[in-house]
Design a protein around this ligand. Structure first.
Ligand SMILES: [Zn+2]
Length: 307
């Protein structure tokens, strides 16, 4: 398998303050582990290019795009909300994060890559059509999925989100777009408590109670995601890859282990092979315990590589 690894040095410059859990150290931990294990040299390393205004407009309204641009400071830190802020590098990092998803989609659709992982930040799945929030400025995975849907032969896609927090932004953006199956698993009740009660046939919610572990997680996925994927038959699959359901993560209370991420990745690859000619793009969302994050991403990428 040829697996692409999209990242950019500026994604490590976006910094919301010394105590913020969504820190530059996350990408550093991932990169260090991939280097130390030798996995990094097996990946096709690619540098992200910034998304254009027209790309952002597919998922967000002008108010939301303007809010991010107008908040961007020359120096220091400027807040969008209590959780989400920007330094002088954040706007460029956000444009690169969204652009990475588009470039990965392009490379997978052209056959240049079998699949790809985008090691980017800020993450994206909480950003709604009209509202950056929850550490997220632009909804990277939604922008990538909408780019795919503009290409010949791509009529339906699926976004599969196993971050511990519900992907409210992605649900908001696709609530009325049945071309996009959105399946998520998440701790509930828990942040963000928005759009988890938005219902449609193409929105599959798998809430998990605090304390749930591998058994409950795997059972929910097998029971609800697989039927939906069989019914939807996506032409391409996207993963909102958050690793904060790990038992060591400080921001939530689920009890997954690194090997659960190998399991879910393998299951998604089977579905991609079955319906979508293997076409798969994964984008980093959450995961805040550095060691657990790096070990989980390693499992995820090893499985994407087919090793
Ligand atoms: Zn999360």
């Amino acid at each position: 398998m040829t697996t692409g690894y999209f990242t950019h040095p500026l994604c490590e410059q976006h910094d919301m303050g010394a105590d913020h859990p969504e820190s530059p150290k996350r990408l550093l931990a991932i990169n260090n582990t991939l280097q130390a294990t030798g996995l990094r040299q097996d990946l096709i390393g690619l540098t992200a290019q910034p998304a254009q205004m027209a790309d952002l407009s597919t998922a967000h309204n002008q108010h939301s795009i303007d809010l991010v641009h107008n908040t961007s400071p020359q120096s220091g830190i400027a807040s969008i909300d209590g959780d989400t802020s920007m330094n002088a590098f954040s706007l460029d990092a956000a444009l690169l994060a969204a652009g990475a998803g588009i470039a990965a989609t392009k490379a997978v659709l052209s056959g240049e890559l079998n699949n790809a992982f985008c090691a980017v930040r800020p993450p994206g799945h909480h950003a709604e059509h009209n509202l950056p929030m929850g550490f997220c400025l632009f909804n990277n995975i939604a922008i990538a999925a909408l780019y795919a849907l503009q290409q010949d032969g791509i009529e339906r896609v699926a976004i599969l989100d196993f971050d511990v927090h519900h992907g409210n932004g992605t649900v908001d953006i696709f609530a009325k777009d049945p071309r996009v199956l959105v399946c998520s698993s998440y701790q509930h009740p828990h942040y963000p408590m928005r759009h988890h009660d938005t219902y449609a046939e193409h929105l599959v919610h798998c809430p998990l109670a605090a304390g749930s572990g591998s058994r409950e997680f795997r059972h929910a996925i097998e029971r609800k995601w697989l039927d939906a994927l069989q019914w939807h038959k996506p032409d391409m699959i996207f993963i909102s890859a958050g690793f904060d359901a790990h038992h060591m993560d400080p921001l939530a209370d689920l009890n997954l282990h690194a090997d659960d991420y190998a399991w879910i990745t393998g299951l998604i690859m089977d579905q991609a092979r079955c319906h979508a000619q293997g076409r798969l793009v994964s984008m980093l969302e959450g995961g805040y315990h550095l060691q657990a994050l790096a070990a989980s991403v390693q499992q995820h990428i090893q499985t994407l590589r087919g090793v």
